[in-house]
Design a protein around this ligand. Structure first.
Ligand SMILES: [Zn+2]
Ligand SMILES: [Zn+2]
Length: 120
């Protein structure tokens, strides 16, 4: 697809276990990304690999066999309004507690934007 990377990976953190992992995304069309799978990612690797080169913006859809959050198994993401980092979705009502920066707030549904990298 012209102008879009073939695949990117983003660093995500589980809102419940605070476990950090990576997720591979591929563009479906402009403004739509498909989550393919989540994979183990150490804290060191996450700092290493330039996971902030690309901005993913729009709607997220899920591959049929997408394995969900490596911490709690949830399919779904929340982006923290304060630190802009990616976290797994929450089932704890509509209140979100950021596992990265500790910020809390109400979950707002809709398009999301976060940073990802092309070299992994
Ligand atoms: Zn989780
Ligand atoms: Zn945060």
């Amino acid at each position: 697809m012209a102008g879009l990377p073939e695949a990117v990976a983003a660093v995500c953190r589980c809102t419940q276990s605070k476990k950090q992992y990576g997720i591979e995304f591929r563009p479906v069309e402009k403004g739509t990304w498909r989550a393919l799978w989540s994979f183990p990612l150490s804290e060191e690797d996450a700092q290493f690999e330039g996971f902030d080169e690309t901005v993913i913006e729009g709607k997220i859809v899920y591959e049929d066999h997408y394995n969900g959050c490596l911490g709690c198994g949830i399919r779904g993401f929340v982006v923290c309004r304060k630190c802009k980092k990616l976290c797994c979705g929450t089932l704890d009502g509509d209140i979100f507690h950021c596992p990265w920066c500790g910020n809390s707030g109400k979950v707002v549904y809709g398009k999301i934007a976060f940073r990802a990298g092309g070299n992994f």
